[in-house]
Ligand binder design. Structure first.
Ligand SMILES: [Fe+2]
Ligand SMILES: [Fe+2]
Length: 148
């Protein structure tokens, strides 16, 4: 059953929240990839660099959608945590990816309720990459990928 669509204004506000999470992810992946030392982190540090580039492309896609709805992309990231311990930073990333996926899942439903199928298709492409990020982080931590 179709839900009542949210307004364009509300969608702009929510996409700006998503954009702030993408900015956060870009910063976190840049900093964590360059500060993660030790042979056991060599592989994942390289993966995190790739994530940084993908998060940048997500930020551009989201900003483009905000502009399409006649909104203005905001400027500030969500707060980025940092620990001296590499494993802590991997856990912060894992938690952020989890949160991001849950928000995008909701955003896809909202876009479809609005009849904005172009937006929902873009979000589906983004969410597939976030799922890969989550799996990479879970592998690096030696845990199962969280079920969402
Ligand atoms: Fe992203
Ligand atoms: Fe991600």
């Amino acid at each position: 059953m179709k839900n009542t669509p949210i307004t364009r204004k509300k969608m702009i506000r929510l996409l700006n929240e998503d954009l702030a999470r993408e900015y956060q992810a870009i910063i976190a992946y840049i900093v964590y990839s360059q500060t993660m030392k030790g042979a056991q982190y060599l592989h994942i540090a390289g993966e995190l660099e790739k994530h940084a580039a993908q998060e940048l492309s997500h930020a551009l896609l989201i900003a483009k959608q905000i502009d399409y709805f006649n909104g203005t992309p905001l400027l500030a990231p969500k707060t980025v945590k940092f620990s001296e311990k590499a494993a802590d930073n991997l856990r912060f990333d894992l938690e952020n990816e989890r949160t991001t996926i849950l928000h995008y899942r909701q955003r896809i439903r909202q876009a479809e309720d609005m009849g904005e199928f172009g937006l929902s298709e873009i979000l589906r492409r983004i969410i597939a990459e976030e799922q890969d990020h989550l799996t990479d982080l879970a592998d690096a931590l030696g845990i199962d990928t969280p079920k969402l």
